[in-house]
Design a protein around this ligand. Structure first.
Ligand code: GLC
Length: 805
């Protein structure tokens, strides 16, 4: 955090470099799912990974190195379902979902979707180039083409016209539009043009760059300062398909423990232990739900990782026992830098076993972080990952539930903000300098923590990381680092998190209230109102900022914040189910509007609204003293979440937003599950699942699929879960509501369902539950109908009178 120096990219622009470009293909051959193109001094391999994914790999000099970075989990599985045709001057590769045309006279790839639309093409004559250690790909930038993804970047949603660098960097300030790079690198680009989409994943761990029409409006390019030209072209053309396939390649989020989706409270730092216990009491006393408390670096003995400061925390085990009993899980911070101290056992172990990063001559690298001089584990080695992972056992045994991996770019307090680039990583035999491995340091550290926690505990690990690379979703949630208590940063969070979601990272959030600087009541309230709908939900603040717990600025704000935090807990089943879906299909939990409305170009750069899942639209307030704002509602009808008023979409509206509320709309026709808010997330029997069914005269039917498990263990992998499908459809004047118990057998389940038919707008003649007519129908039979049915109910018939009320 101390290092405020942003690494400036001092390298030359590609235009100034004498790249050699591949020209004429001298010959080609085919082997299984690979097509090799030979050039005068290079070879290209086109690997058909699946019907939607083609890998493009250029050799370095004469050797073709097929290895991938650890981001890639889907390896060659000998996909055979493609055809290669020799058309004279062209070759053609055809799968069920794409056609790739390869110009043999002057190397150029053109990708077409299965309907024959040209989706992407290389710049002819300078498609792929190399110069010294560097490699570059240049592609045609189509008019109307927009870019998203790229992990954690500032600025608006659409990245066209800008350029970005991938180099994990600790940036204390400022997080503004020109600040690049930040902590996380995901070299994945998502393109959208007139509803059609593709992705490019540039699998290169060196410092990489993307120019998205910054220099030249007809071209975009990506290049690396070393390593291989190795990229994956991912065909949609549906945008959701691209995300599905990208996350097939780099992995999807495993189901998190459900409590991790609750409210987290943090600050730099809560100590001593009485203060932590008082903080916990305060939440319960004030009836503000909270699931997790984070311990920042002051719990450590002189900032030595995996230790406790015994004067501040004399009985950590007892403290953790009390907190766990009250429903609080403790997340402890761990930094990769190990204090250089010959009397500290972790330093001793690491030195004795040669676990720390060294220079080529064998000297251990030393850099300054919080504890002073530190050494850094070489996470590229499996043995080191196992050692580090095993160190987590003592924390788990004490009762710690989550690990917060900070400063893992890795951050070092020096000119470059990181390790000396000449430091060597052994990578189990494939040695390389820090220049090569820097960007995956955090990924491998989190892998070590995750695997260690899995080895030594029964519960699903919760890991929060600051840095990462593509694939980090397999191990950790991310937060956006050291933001500030600025309104601008509240606003910036939206497109930043949306693009992270589009980069395969669904579990993301920002420090609520802002990390550095002093927050205030209004800012904190507005931030909470937005963050309850975001995947990771943590209030965190810096060492010298004013307190910003939910009650810090007085009752008026506290009351509003409490209501919103409770709303988070009311929505917890909906949110958990979005994580479940994401673990299966790679779609983000929060979504830009265009993900659901890809044909509506008006949505392509909306950076101040988002969808939670596909059915809830949130329009945060990002300015002080603003109590109205414009909201865009895409086609279809929308329902105001607060008063159930129906609004026609494809329109811009002015929405009211007094301090107590922000605009939230539900997609008409959808079903949203709610539960009663609890103090913390319990996973116990005896709850009521409330289903809000938002009826719409134009929509014939709707459905919702509900997944539930213990929210904590891996037993779901052995089939311990239930899956219930709810659906309704209109049958003439009547409604039939069906509950289909798709998978049962898991013992936890709701006691009963409360069905709330919203905007019924008819008088009810009769209601039947599983064929039995019920006498009394709860609620006024006007706009809404409220019904209670026990678990096991299969069918509800609602018979309505003709005409509206
Ligand atoms: C870094 C983290 C911040 C943390 C601080 C002290 O700045 O980004 O969240 O509070 O270090 O550990």
């Amino acid at each position: 955090m101390m290092n405020s120096k942003v690494i400036k990219d001092l390298t030359q622009e590609p235009e100034e470099k004498a790249f050699t470009y591949l020209k004429k293909v001298c010959g080609f051959s085919q082997e299984d799912n690979r097509v090799y193109l030979r050039f005068a001094d290079r070879t290209i391999m086109l690997e058909v990974i699946s019907a939607n994914i083609i890998r493009v790999l250029m050799s370095q000099e004469k050797c073709l190195d097929l290895s991938t970075s650890p981001a890639v989990v889907k390896k060659r599985d000998n996909f055979q379902d493609y055809e290669l045709s020799d058309l004279g001057n062209y070759l053609e590769i055809k799968t069920d979902n794409l056609r790739l045309s390869i110009n043999l006279q002057e190397y150029q790839l053109k990708f077409f979707d299965k309907r024959g639309h040209l989706i992407n093409s290389d710049q002819v004559g300078k498609a792929l180039g190399y110069w010294k250690d560097e490699i570059i790909a240049r592609k045609v930038l189509q008019s109307g083409e927009r870019f998203y993804g790229l992990g954690e970047k500032t600025g608006f949603l659409d990245k066209r016209g800008r350029k970005y660098t991938m180099w994990n960097t600790d940036v204390f300030e400022p997080h503004v539009e020109s600040t690049d790079p930040l902590y996380v690198s995901v070299p994945f680009l998502l393109s959208l043009n007139a509803g059609r989409s593709y992705g490019i994943f540039f699998d290169n761990t060196y410092k990489t760059h993307f120019d998205l029409g910054f220099r030249n409006q007809q071209e975009y390019s990506f290049w690396a300062e070393g390593g291989k030209m190795d990229y994956y072209f991912i065909m949609g053309p549906e945008i959701k398909e691209v995300l599905f396939h990208y996350t097939e390649l780099t992995g999807r989020i495993p189901l998190p423990p459900k409590w991790a989706l609750g409210h987290h409270q943090s600050r730099y730092s809560y100590y001593p232990q009485e203060k932590v216990l008082d903080l916990a009491d305060e939440f319960r006393k004030r009836d503000i739900p909270c699931d997790a408390i984070h311990l920042d670096i002051h719990y450590l003995n002189g900032y030595r990782v995996f230790t406790w400061d015994e004067s501040r925390f004399p009985q950590p085990e007892e403290m953790l026992r009390i907190l766990n009993k009250r429903g609080f899980k403790v997340v402890t911070i761990i930094n990769p830098g190990v204090k250089k101290d010959p009397e500290y056992n972790i330093y001793i172990q690491g030195i004795k076993n040669h676990y720390f990063c060294k220079y080529l001559d064998g000297q251990v690298y030393v850099g300054e972080v919080w504890p002073g001089d530190c050494v850094f584990p070489d996470f590229t080695r499996k043995e080191v990952r196992v050692w580090w992972g095993d160190l987590h056992k003592q924390l788990l045994d004490l009762g710690v539930k989550g690990i917060w991996n900070d400063m893992n770019e890795p951050a070092v307090f020096n000119e470059n903000s990181t390790m000396d680039l000449a430091v060597i990583h052994e990578n189990d035999g494939d040695w390389g300098t820090h220049r090569r491995y820097h960007n995956i340091y955090a990924l491998l550290e989190c892998q070590a923590s995750y695997e260690g926690m899995r080895r030594h505990g029964e519960e699903r690990p919760f890991i929060l990381s600051r840095a990462g690379f593509a694939g980090i979703q397999r191990y950790a949630a991310l937060w956006t680092g050291d933001n500030r208590s600025f309104w601008e940063h509240l606003k910036l969070t939206i497109p930043m998190l949306l693009n992270m979601g589009l980069s395969g990272l669904p579990f993301v959030g920002s420090d609520i209230g802002g990390f550095t600087g002093d927050s205030n009541g209004q800012l904190l309230t507005r931030w909470y109102q937005m963050a309850v709908f975001m995947p990771f939900f943590r209030n965190h603040c810096s060492i010298d900022g004013v307190s910003q717990e939910p009650w810090a600025f007085g009752k008026e704000y506290e009351d509003i914040i409490r209501n919103y935090i409770k709303l988070r807990y009311r929505l917890i089943e909906y949110i958990y189910n979005l994580f479940y879906q994401s673990s299966r299909n790679g779609l983000p939990v929060i979504r830009p509007l265009f993900l659901e409305y890809p044909d509506d170009e008006k949505t392509y750069n909306i950076s101040d609204q988002f969808l939670l899942g596909s059915d809830m639209m949130i329009a945060p307030i990002c300015q002080p003293d603003q109590n109205k704002r414009m909201v865009y509602l895409p086609a279809g009808n929308w329902i105001n979440f607060w008063d159930n008023e129906q609004i026609r979409g494809n329109s811009y509206i002015i929405a009211d937003a007094p301090l107590g509320s922000i605009p939230v709309y539900i997609r008409s026709g959808s079903i949203i599950p709610l539960v009663m808010p609890d103090k913390y997330i319990r996973n116990e029997n005896g709850y009521v699942l409330i289903l809000n069914i938002y009826l719409d005269q134009d929509i014939e039917q709707g459905d919702y699929s509900y997944y539930l498990d213990d929210g904590l263990s891996f037993k779901y992998e052995k089939g311990e879960y239930n899956l219930i499908d709810f659906s309704y459809h209109w049958l003439g004047e009547n409604i039939e509501f069906i509950i289909d118990y798709k998978k049962t057998g898991y013992h936890l389940r709701p006691d009963y369902f409360q069905l709330r038919f919203i905007n019924l707008n008819r008088k009810v003649r009769a209601v039947e539950i599983d064929g039995n007519q019920i006498e009394e129908v709860n609620g006024v039979l006007k706009d809404d109908l409220l019904l209670k049915c026990t678990y096991g109910t299969k069918k509800v018939g609602i018979y309505l009178e003709r005409g509206g009320v």
